[in-house]
Ligand binder design. Structure first.
Ligand code: ADP
Length: 489
């Protein structure tokens, strides 16, 4: 017995469907064969009866002339059958086997014959118990039933043939069923064996063994399932690796400023320094503390975004002024590397968004552009207007990103090179913040040639509410701090 499971289900279903189909076909076939055999016997007798009747109409008989009756009966006989001549009341006058004279026969063929129709009756013969077919027809004289001509024939041979046919069809049916059974077990095994293997490997994966893989060249959905599970294990290993990298890089990021803070505070506590030296030390402590705060804030932002807890404080924002402010903020950093930042295009789009978060996005992108530009490089910021969207483009001509890495730079904690500092969270956070503004962020890059980041944000529809009234999208509604002039570095 096959134990419960998919294998049993498949085998059982196949078996049942084929069994039912075979049963139906065999029943139809055997019934058709039986009808065919019985009909041909009947029509053979029926055509003989027609001839006999015509003959009778020529030489009418009288029931008291037994010698004549017996003689004429010999003309009516049909090989393979027995002939009886009955009176209209069903009494046998003459019988070709000479046995059943005087018995009264009331089978349906006789009653139908008296009603004017030739019909057959199939059943067991009185006395012998043999299966027979009886076909009767009335012999009439001037419209009156005078005799009933009754032919009976044994059905034993036909039934024996039918029995043989039944046995042969049962044999064929059984061998077809056995083939189907073997085939369905094979099919079920081809599904269940890989499934069991996949299940065993995934159970190991569930226990944390992500180095195991599903081996075997499986086809179709099973192949896809195996490939998906293998891919999942590989991704888990990769994301664990990324997390480990993050922990080591974040520890490094935390350790450097902390070491510097600790060093300078110990130095200052030991005393004996002039005010100028003390000021330098305090400045370093302040800068490093700010770096630490920035780092922690980035991690907090990321965790808020992950838990969908980031709330935007929406308002109207002038993108041009926001970019000018960012250029001002990063001016010193760019200057240190000799990098110039240019704001091209004269567009002054107003959008509806969270000014601080939008600033965070572009600060991160421009900061990356500076970080990965060559010495004395150029960064170009531009604004492209569409009917319902505005796109801010941040383009640098720095080290660029390879095709292999570009897919992953927006992943959390991913960094092409850890020595550049940072957490690898900047782009992941920017991407999510842009999406919160119903926009999109795309990156194009070529290794050694530079990187272009495009942030596409929706423009507000209709009029924008501003303090003290309404403004059209094109107007400059806000007074933001004056940034450096266009094309400034
Ligand atoms: P972080 O800058 O803190 O490392 P980001 O998420 O901002 O994290 O960037 C992830 C990685 O993507 C960076 O470490 C860097 O390898 C790559 N990257 C980002 N921007 C640029 C760029 N403009 N040019 C080259 N590489 C970049």
């Amino acid at each position: 017995m096959i134990k419960k499971g998919i294998r049993r289900q498949i085998v059982l279903h196949y078996f049942l469907v084929v069994f039912m189909a075979l049963l139906l076909v065999e029943i139809i076939f055997l019934v058709a064969m039986r009808t065919y055999y019985y009909d041909s016997v009947y029509s053979h007798i029926d055509s003989h009866i027609k001839v006999a009747n015509e003959y009778y109409q020529k030489y009418r008989l009288s029931d008291d002339n037994t010698a004549q009756l017996t003689e004429i009966m010999s003309y009516f006989e049909l090989t393979g059958t027995e002939l009886q001549l009955l009176t209209p009341s069903g009494q046998v006058l003459i019988s070709s086997n000479n046995f059943d004279t005087d018995t009264v026969i009331k089978t349906s063929d006789v009653t139908q014959a008296l009603a004017g129709e030739t019909s057959r009756w199939v059943g067991k013969q009185q006395g012998t118990g043999q299966m027979i077919m009886a076909v009767s027809s009335a012999l009439q004289n001037s419209g009156e039933n005078q005799f009933v001509l009754r032919y009976t024939t044994s059905l034993d041979k036909i039934n024996e043939k039918l029995l043989n046919l039944t046995l042969v069809s049962i044999l064929i049916g059984t061998s077809v069923l056995a083939t189907v059974l073997a085939f369905s077990i094979g099919l079920a095994n081809s599904i269940v064996k890989p499934l069991n293997n996949i299940r065993a490997v995934s159970a190991q994966m569930a226990k944390g063994r992500f180095d195991v893989r599903i081996k075997g060249n499986y086809k179709y959905e099973l192949g896809e399932l195996a490939a998906t599970l293998n891919f999942m294990a590989q991704e888990i290993i990769r994301s664990n690796q990324v997390k480990d990298d993050f922990i080591s890089s974040i520890s490094h990021e935390l350790r450097t400023p902390l070491t510097s803070i600790k060093g300078w505070s110990e130095t200052l506590i030991s005393g004996g320094y002039d005010p100028e030296e003390t000021k330098v030390g305090m400045q370093i402590i302040t800068n490093e503390t700010e770096r630490l705060i920035g780092l922690v804030e980035e991690i907090l932002d990321f965790s808020k975004l992950q838990q969908n807890e980031m709330k935007l404080v929406m308002g109207i924002v002038s993108l041009r002024e926001l970019l000018q402010e960012i250029m001002l903020n990063l001016w010193a950093k760019a200057e240190k590397k000799g990098v110039s930042i240019k704001l091209e295009s004269e567009e002054k789009p107003i959008i509806y968004g969270d000014a601080n978060r939008l600033k965070q996005i572009f600060l991160n992108l421009v900061d990356n552009a500076i970080k990965f530009s060559h010495e004395n490089g150029v960064i170009v910021l531009s604004i492209e207007m569409e009917e319902k969207f505005v796109t801010v483009v941040v383009q640098d001509f720095g080290i660029g990103i390879s095709e292999e890495h570009i897919q992953r730079v927006k992943d959390r904690f991913f960094q092409v090179n850890h020595v550049n500092g940072g957490t690898g969270l900047g782009l992941a956070i920017s991407q999510q913040l842009v999406e919160l503004h119903h926009g999109s962020m795309d990156m194009e890059s070529e290794l050694g040639k530079g990187t272009t980041v495009k942030v596409r944000l929706p423009l507000p529809e209709g009029k924008i509410p501003i303090a003290g009234g309404f403004s059209e999208g094109e107007e400059e509604p806000m007074a933001l701090p004056q940034g450096p002039s266009d094309n400034d570095s």
